[in-house]
Design a protein around this ligand. Structure first.
Ligand SMILES: Nc1ncnc2c1ncn2[C@@H]1O[C@H](COP(=O)(O)OP(=O)(O)O)[C@@H](O)[C@H]1O
Ligand code: SF4
Ligand SMILES: [Mg+2]
Length: 323
């Protein structure tokens, strides 16, 4: 069996307020996060706003240091990279940022943006080689040729996302994190971009981690679903099981209901979760419909760990682990 594409254990990331005395609360954005992704998987990292998804994506790619834990991505120990290793790693693992508009240089035409990405990672290519590679990328992300000579401001939202994907693909990466790739786009454009991702993934040469707050976005693509809540993984399940009635954590079930049963959307909508370090038992207890009410019960006193709940399926709930 091949080595996993991603291995994470005991990952912790805390944000502290700036300044000597601090102004606000510390935020525990990632708390004892652990999971692994096999090569060629298409994993979805889901959870509501503020659950730590973007932070996790950035830590996986070495864009943000962690406070504790182990992260190995495409065989590279991400916490211990020297300059040379970091340069190599940047080619092999890419992030497509949530806001491609903010991450594209407005002064560069699309052709130059893609050419720059190709040159950074394939230093020996001559001009015709770079031009050919730019055309390949445009074709890969289905960007009409005429758009290559435009500036980002002239592109539609969907086209800007395609450029973001094209730029990430320039290095022929083995692992790609894509953060809310279709958020804010109209449903037909969302569908086209998701089709594009599916096509890119078809040959299973790239392991994907798709970050989304919306389960509807990931249902057709994902092979695995990792559910994050207040910086903790509450469930990690094969997508097929997750979407066919075998999601076990009450929070996963709440997310599924909110996404697929419009009538319950309002009932389940509770807005952004505020995080703090003062959590005793289960982080989901304040919302959990099946929580023990007794203040001495495990729900109130012991943070549940991930335990096996099926084949390649783990859940962090005192009442829902396999008996
Ligand atoms: N640079 C930062 N400084 C301070 N707090 C941050 C920073 N980035 C994220 N956070 C906090 O960490 C938590 C997780 O944020 P984030 O990873 O962006 O969540 P998500 O992507 O799931 O919405 C949030 O409470 C957020 O406010
Ligand atoms: S551990 Fe208790 S509070 Fe937490 S999700 Fe399970 S039943 Fe609910
Ligand atoms: Mg985010």
């Amino acid at each position: 069996m091949n080595a996993p594409a991603v291995e994470v254990a005991g990952l912790r990331k805390e944000f502290r307020p700036a300044g000597l005395w601090g102004g606000g609360n510390r935020v525990l954005a990632l708390d004892d996060v652990g999971f692994r992704l096999e090569q060629g998987e298409f994993a979805a990292l889901v959870g509501e706003s503020g659950s730590g998804k973007t932070t996790l994506g950035r830590v996986l790619l070495g864009l943000l240091p962690s406070d504790a834990g182990f992260v190995r991505v495409v065989g590279q120990d991400v916490g211990r990279m020297g300059r040379r290793e970091r340069k190599m790693f940047r080619r092999r693992a890419q992030m497509v940022f949530q806001s491609p508009y903010a991450s594209l240089n407005p002064a560069l035409r699309v052709r130059s943006t893609l050419a720059e990405a190709v040159r950074v990672h394939q230093e020996d290519l001559d001009r015709p080689g770079v031009a050919a590679e730019v055309e390949r990328l445009a074709e890969l992300v289905r960007l009409p040729r005429g758009r290559l000579d435009e500036f980002p401001t002239s592109l539609s939202g969907g086209e800007r996302r395609r450029v973001g994907f094209g730029r990430a693909m320039a290095t022929r990466p083995e692992f790609v994190v894509t953060d809310e790739p279709v958020a804010g786009l109209d449903p037909p454009i969302q569908g086209q971009l998701l089709d594009l991702l599916q096509r890119i993934h078809q040959r299973r040469e790239i392991t994907f981690l798709l970050i989304s707050h919306d389960l509807r976005v990931v249902r057709t693509l994902a092979t695995r679903v990792v559910v994050l809540f207040r910086g903790r993984v509450l469930e990690n399940a094969p997508a097929r099981a997750f979407f066919t009635g075998e999601a076990r954590h009450p929070y996963s079930q709440d997310l599924l209901l909110s996404a697929f049963d419009a009538a319950t959307c309002m009932r389940n909508h509770r807005g952004v979760v505020r995080q703090s370090l003062a959590v005793g038992g289960c982080p989901y207890r304040p919302r959990c419909p099946i929580a023990d009410v007794d203040e001495d019960a495990p729900c109130a006193t012991i943070p549940p760990l991930l335990k096996a709940a099926g084949a390649e399926h783990w859940v962090a709930c005192h009442k829902r682990e396999r008996l």
